[in-house]
Design a protein around this ligand. Sequence first.
Ligand code: DX5
Ligand code: ZN
Length: 211
Amino acid sequence: MIKLSPSILAADPLNLGKAAQMAHAAGCDELHFDVMDGHFVPNLTFGPHILKAMKKQTPDIVYDVHLMLTDPITFVDSYAEAGADIITVHAEANDWLDAARKIRALGLKAGVSLKPGTPADALMGCVQLFDRVLLMTVEPGFGGQKLMPDVLVKAKQLREMGFTGDIEADGGISPSNMTLLTEAGVEVLVMGTGFFKAEDPMAVAKAVHAL
Ligand code: DX5
Ligand code: ZN
């Protein structure tokens, strides 16, 4: 079944707890938690204390933490302790392979994300270190951008490289283009604007699960 991971970047920042509860009530599989450092990307978002509070209030959803940080390894412990279930680091960041080993050593799932311009073969020889690959379908940093469909060819390339974990995509995804992603082999859809700004987010979750 195709999974939906709504990105709280698009939720009302004054009501993040309600957003998590709503995503859970809608039957979403995961909650996507975008962490930005103002350096790897030109934006800042949520620290581990926000994750900790959300996890305490809504524990029964998978927290899918996307670290857009130059030095992700520095924060792996903090987000693990705060309640992350999956931590994804970027292949363009420092020490990303050691960060992945650390994430797995903590008993969590490790993901790696590729910016639109980074080829799938940047993961050649190390795919076995990861439980998922997150394909960025926009330049990371901001919600509400337009999906870059050319990126999706990487899903097939990853399978040809022997990757057997989850393939997730992030950026510009909505019910209007989601079949483009699933037909390309994407199994986990991140939706910020497409879910939280939808007229009926519950219907969006239903539509994803009916795919
Ligand atoms: C962008 C983030 C995305 C963002 C997606 O850097 O990684 O997760 O929230 O937002 P939408 O779905 O609005 O493009
Ligand atoms: Zn993200």
